[in-house]
Design a protein around this ligand. Structure first.
Ligand code: TXA
Ligand code: MG
Length: 312
């Protein structure tokens, strides 16, 4: 156990976070998508601590966070398509998987792959932490493996308090689901739906994204991944006896992702609602149908995973 420091988003907070990160310690910080558990992506031991703290069962490649495009170009090779997407959507909730430049981030960060996932977050506190750290930061969501991603400081502390050196405060995450991941080593491919609607990426590229096929390296795909403790039943018109309804739109629901049927609001509230159901010890959760378009694709992806049969 370590005492987890709670750092302010301004004043000395980011500088203290930077110092801890350079020393190899773990620091959670807010991004516009979810809170990330940061480690210096150039130090294998620091990155190994991420797996230890999250009790993650296996090594997946991690997303490397940098403050701007210039820093991203130092760790990955950008072709015209990558430049176009970066110009359109960075900073923001888009991760690009690109050919890695040799020896810039540790092999463990990349899980030994020749490619690297890079993202420039828009959140001002994430930006301040990255600039103070002066290192690229590997940062998966700041939750124990297999649990719901954190969208506020209280979620981070509930899951990882005592296991990480510090958390930088930054209020509630506005996007609420992880970044959209697009693979650009080969034909542009949607590796994970997320906070940037895939349709916007396709409009920018002027052609549809391929979706993943069997065997693609997108380990966010472990079946049960974003799970609350309760069981979920999806596409439910109403709650059966013994169930609590997590609603969407104008339905009689115990908790509603968005009464007005707004997918952006629903994405932002998703993990918070699942945490709340956990806190109340709800065992059976029915979920209203969510349209499969825009952010609805990311929401349904997370819900389907949360509903998948549990791994031991
Ligand atoms: O919104 C987000 O992206 C959050 C916040 C904290 O920024 N971060 C996040 O990071 O979700 P992480 O490290 O958990 O995302 C890892 C996922 C992997 O599961 C995999 O799908 C994909 O990124 N990934 C990383 N490197 C890859 C690579 N070289 N090839 C294919 N997929 C890769
Ligand atoms: Mg996660």
């Amino acid at each position: 156990m370590v005492a987890t420091e709670l750092l302010p988003p301004d004043g000395d907070g980011p500088a203290r976070a930077g110092e801890l990160l350079r020393s190899g310690a773990l620091v959670a910080f807010p991004t516009e998508t979810v809170y990330g558990l940061g480690a210096d992506a150039t130090q294998d031991e620091a990155v190994a601590r991420i797996y230890e703290a999250k009790a993650r069962p296996r090594f997946n490649p991690l997303i490397v966070h940098v403050p701007d495009l210039a820093a991203a170009r130092r760790i990955a090779e950008f072709d015209d398509v990558a430049e176009r997407l970066a110009a359109a959507f960075w900073p923001g909730p888009l991760t690009l998987v690109l050919p890695a430049r040799a020896e810039t981030v540790s092999a463990l960060t990349r899980a030994g792959l020749e490619t690297v996932a890079v993202r420039v977050p828009a959140h001002p506190v994430a930006q301040a932490v990255l600039r103070a750290a002066k290192r690229p930061l590997a940062a998966p969501s700041a939750n124990p493996s297999g649990r719901v991603s954190p969208t506020e400081v209280a979620h981070v502390l509930a899951g990882l308090g005592g296991r990480i050196s510090a958390v930088v405060e930054g209020g509630r995450c506005t996007v609420g689901v992880e970044s959209t991941i697009v693979g650009l080593a080969g034909r542009p491919r949607l590796l994970r739906p997320g906070g940037l609607p895939a349709e916007e990426v396709e409009a920018c590229l002027g052609r549809p994204l391929a979706t993943h096929e069997g065997g693609i390296v997108a380990p966010g795909q472990i079946a049960s991944h974003y799970a609350p403790r309760g069981r979920l039943r999806l596409d439910a018109a109403r709650a059966e006896p013994g169930e609590v309804l997590l609603g969407f739109g104008l339905v009689e629901a115990d908790l509603n992702l968005s009464r007005s049927g707004d997918l952006t609001e629903a994405a932002a509230r998703l993990f918070g609602c699942l945490h709340e159901l956990d806190r109340h010890g709800v065992e059976r959760i029915a979920v209203s149908p969510i349209p499969e378009r825009g952010l609805g694709r990311a929401i349904n992806d997370r819900l389907r995973r949360a509903a998948a049969p549990r791994q031991a």
